[in-house]
Design a protein around this ligand. Structure first.
Ligand SMILES: CC(C)(COP(=O)(O)OP(=O)(O)OC[C@H]1O[C@@H](n2cnc3c(N)ncnc32)[C@H](O)[C@@H]1OP(=O)(O)O)[C@@H](O)C(=O)NCCC(=O)NCCS
Length: 343
């Protein structure tokens, strides 16, 4: 089976299948170590599916699939926390967990997350030990009036990162390392500041591009969904971009499919302008999405030099129109060009 198992990111529409797997594994596998009441608390017979769907969309888990059937899923958060990690109850000890874990660790390494950690159930402790985790703390939580032990486990990845020589140098920055990765929760404010600084800079220069920053709450929602990325030069945040699912509001009629990838809010930090880093961010985003198995990337921009900039990165113009652009509580009319790039 191992040969034909695919590990990929979850696809919208799979929330019900993931819930069933989670529910059944919790009751049948974890149920060996915990009481029926505890299992019911974690995976109730009547779930709040809108909350679950929201969670799955935000976490964008890895999914193991074989012959059209989902055999497991695993979540990775930007700070290295592994929350849900579940394999199908009828496919335990068949290598599904290992394959999921390997994909998750590879992604963590690529994102330069220094360590992975999880609060592990009794059943899963042996598995995580096998994957190289160490016990940090044994806990005895009380759930439904009964002790529900679990174990905090951690695996350091930092030395592996150094060994793997993950630092890459670019032609524009031969002396500093360049890293492109998801922003951690602690970096969200710095990411948003880069956007606000850009608006000030554009205003100073009299360039009519972004008249107002993206509303803060929109950036926070993107952060919670793991959609905010940063380019780091020698450890300093040199630029940001958001890679989100679904077209911007002004194009949802032309692009109704909520699964498409949309590139938004690309900017370099003021201190890093004019060094070709905008191009670097676009190239890194394309490489990352190609890696993930995405097939098309869309964006829109104002007509003019930006159309040339994106054309040089392989984007083609699809449409242009005058649209109403929504910025929080305000909106304005502007001409916009829709572009796309096959991955
Ligand atoms: C934990 C879990 C995800 C492991 O998935 P799995 O597909 O059964 O694991 P694999 O078959 O890939 O096992 C990988 C390795 O771990 C070992 N392993 C897995 N479960 C084990 C167990 N219960 N006891 C001893 N070793 C175990 C396997 O022997 C294998 O070692 P090997 O490759 O050297 O032979 C799965 O048991 C599960 O879904 N558990 C219930 C949900 C859960 O508790 N999740 C954790 C929440 S934190």
């Amino acid at each position: 089976m191992d040969m034909t198992m695919t590990i990929r990111r979850y696809r919208p529409g799979e929330e019900d299948a993931l819930w069933c797997l989670y529910h059944d594994t919790t009751h049948r596998i974890n149920g060996r170590d915990y009481t029926p009441e505890q299992c019911e608390r974690w995976a109730p017979a009547i779930p709040d599916m809108s909350q679950w769907t929201e969670r799955i969309r935000a976490r964008n888990p890895f999914v193991a699939e074989h012959d059209g059937q989902i055999l497991g899923f695993a979540e990775l958060e930007p700070d290295g926390h592994i929350d849900f990690f579940y394999c199908h109850h009828a496919h335990q000890r068949q290598g599904v967990g290992r394959r999921l874990y390997e994909a998750l660790e590879a992604e963590a390494t690529r994102l330069r997350i220094p360590s992975l950690h999880a609060a592990v159930s009794t059943n899963a402790k042996a598995f995580f030990l096998r994957m190289g985790f160490k016990v940090e703390k044994e806990q005895r939580n009380i759930v439904c009036g009964v002790v529900a032990p679990n174990t905090i486990m951690r695996k350091e990845l930092a030395s592996d990162l150094r060994d793997a020589g993950m630092e890459c140098s670019s032609p524009t920055d031969r002396h500093s390392s360049l890293t492109f990765r998801q922003l951690t929760p602690a970096e969200e404010a710095a990411g948003y500041q880069v956007i606000c600084d850009t608006v000030d800079w554009l205003r100073e220069k009299g360039i009519k591009l972004w008249e107002k920053p993206l509303p803060r709450e929109v950036y926070t929602v993107r952060q919670q969904r793991g959609e905010n990325y940063g380019l780091f030069v020698g450890g300093e945040l040199a630029g940001v971009v958001s890679l989100v699912r679904g077209a911007a509001q002004q194009w949802t009629e032309e692009l109704p499919d909520r699964r498409i990838m949309w590139m938004s809010t690309l900017t370099t930090a003021n201190a890093f302008r004019g060094r070709g880093l905008g191009r670097q961010i676009v190239e890194q985003a394309i490489a990352l999405l190609t890696d993930r198995g995405e097939t098309m990337l869309y964006l829109d921009c104002k007509p003019g030099f930006l159309v040339d900039f994106y054309s040089k990165a392989g984007f083609e113009e699809v449409a242009r129109k005058t649209a109403t652009i929504h910025r929080g509580s305000t909106c304005y009319r502007a001409e916009v060009v829709l572009m796309r790039r096959a991955l």
